[in-house]
Each structure stands twice: as structure tokens, then as C-alpha cells.
Ligand binder design. Structure first.
Ligand SMILES: [Zn+2]
Length: 272
């Protein structure tokens, strides 16, 4: 605690004094352009890794960077999302998972958690879609690779959960919002981003385009090419080399099939 109080003094006498204009401006209101959703893990600092200034990121943090689907809880996540989009008019949302995530380790060993940490157990039930997907599709993957795959799949699950919020769905439809899935590597400082065209995590600079959204983020190819483990295809290869309006539906489960018009709109992006 002593260290924190000393830090407070240093902040007030050094940093604050040399940035008085910024703090004066911020006292009149905030205008963050990005909603940054990440884990509570102490090794992640959103402002540090993005070098964003104070006031530039609106942040939601919890164990496992989980966004419960709309209506699943009355927790703070939904309220913060609603505020970010409706009141602050934020147009970019980043869900940022990270390597060595303790919450994702817990998700892979749920049965051991119930007694020891009942509240964590209850919370991680919100990520059941991730857990089920891993159990049913990656049973052949060695344990040492499973955590990285879970971290990656969980980011995609949370993007899909975001899509269940009426305000998000509406803004995506208007082309006023884009979603991004990131994985931060604690050991290398690198960020990978999900590219919905190639269906994999890629370097931030090499993400091919920026379509506002795709419905199905779990198509046939693996999400693990770039995150330090082998490729484990979930189903037999039926991936066309490029998504087109003709073949986009190949990737979608039957319950999620789109009309030709919808597929075209999604493929082009909502702006057109
Ligand atoms: Zn974590």
C-alpha cells in the first residue's frame, strides 16, 4: 500500500502538473472512440499496450473478458456496453484475450472450481459456449495447445455474444460499428487480430479488410495458425480460397443461413 500512496504523490506532483490542460479538458466530458473489453489480469494494461491517452479508451474488464449474451444477466457488462454505444457513440469495440489466461484455464477445469471458487465457477458458466465448443471440437488436441485455442475461441464467442445486443446489432447493420477480436501475448507484447476473411488471427497490420461483421466466426478452418500451436481443423477442409457471395453460406450452420441479399450485404459490408 505504501508503494501505491507514494505513486499517487508522484502522479499528482509530476504527471498531473505537467498535463493540467488535458485534465481540465477531461473534466468537461469524455469522448473515447474505442470500447476495450479485456481480462482483469494484472499483466494487461490497455492504455499501455495501445499507447492510448487517458480518456481515449472506455474499458470493461472482468475475469476472462466475457460478455454474457443479451438478457443472460443484469450485470455491469450490458450497462457499460449500452452506455458506450448510446451515450458515447463509440464506433469500435475490441475484445482482447491474452496468453496464459487464468480464467480460460479455469474454464477447462470447471469441475475443480465449483467447491474451491464458487463465484468464479458461476461467472465462467457465462463462457459455456466456449467450453462446449472446445470439448466437442478439439478433443484431439494435446493439452499443451488447448489453452491457446480456448483463449482464441473465447474471443470469437464474445464477439458473437456482443452481436446479441440490440444496440450493437442495429449499429452494425447501419455500418456505424465494427468489432475486433485481439489476442495479446504477455511474453512477446504482440497483438494478433481476428481476420474474418481468412478466419484466423493475423498481425494487426495484415488484416485484409474491415468488414463490419460476419455472422459465423467459427467456420471450418482452425483459429490456431498464428498463435503458436499446430493447425487443428475442426471439420474436413471445405474452405474455399476466398469468400464470395456464392460461397459465404457454405460456412454457416443451417440455422444461420442467410438470404442471398443478406449474404451480399455482409460480404460487402453494411456501408454499401
Ligand atoms: Zn485472463
Amino acid at each position: 500500500m505504501k508503494k501505491l500512496i507514494e505513486g499517487l504523490h508522484r502522479f499528482q506532483t509530476n504527471y498531473f502538473d505537467t498535463h493540467k490542460d488535458l485534465f481540465e479538458e477531461l473534466s468537461h466530458g469524455q469522448q473515447p472512440r474505442v470500447l476495450f473489453i479485456t481480462c482483469s489480469d494484472s499483466r494487461i494494461d490497455p492504455n499501455l499496450i495501445t499507447q492510448a491517452n487517458i480518456g481515449e479508451l472506455f474499458v470493461i474488464r472482468n475475469a476472462g473478458n466475457i460478455i454474457p449474451p443479451f438478457g443472460a444477466t443484469n450485470g455491469g457488462e450490458g450497462a457499460s456496453i449500452e452506455y458506450a454505444i448510446t451515450a458515447l457513440d463509440i464506433e469500435q469495440i475490441i475484445v482482447c484475450g491474452h496468453s496464459h489466461c487464468g480464467a480460460m484455464k479455469g474454464l477447462l477445469k470447471m469441475s475443480k472450481l465449483a467447491d474451491k471458487m464458487p463465484l468464479v465457477y458461476e461467472w465462467l458458466k457465462q463462457a459455456e459456449a466456449t467450453r462446449r465448443l472446445i470439448i466437442e471440437n478439439y478433443s484431439h488436441v494435446p493439452e499443451e495447445d488447448l489453452l491457446n485455442i480456448t483463449i482464441a475461441e473465447n474471443v470469437l464467442t464474445q464477439l458473437e455474444n456482443l452481436n446479441t445486443y440490440p444496440i450493437i446489432r442495429s449499429r452494425l447493420h447501419q455500418g456505424r460499428l465494427s468489432l475486433h477480436g485481439w489476442i495479446y501475448s504477455i511474453e512477446s507484447g504482440e497483438i494478433l487480430t481476428y481476420d474474418p476473411v481468412v478466419h484466423d488471427f493475423v498481425d494487426v497490420e495484415s488484416r485484409k479488410n474491415d468488414p463490419e461483421y460476419l455472422y459465423n466466426l467459427h467456420p471450418s478452418c482452425s483459429v490456431t495458425k498464428s498463435i503458436g500451436c499446430k493447425i487443428y481443423p475442426m471439420v474436413k477442409d471445405e474452405t474455399p480460397s476466398e469468400l464470395t457471395t456464392e460461397n459465404i453460406n457454405i460456412h454457416l450452420p443451417k440455422s444461420n443461413r442467410l438470404s442471398k441479399e443478406q449474404a451480399e450485404r455482409i460480404y460487402r459490408g453494411s456501408s454499401s
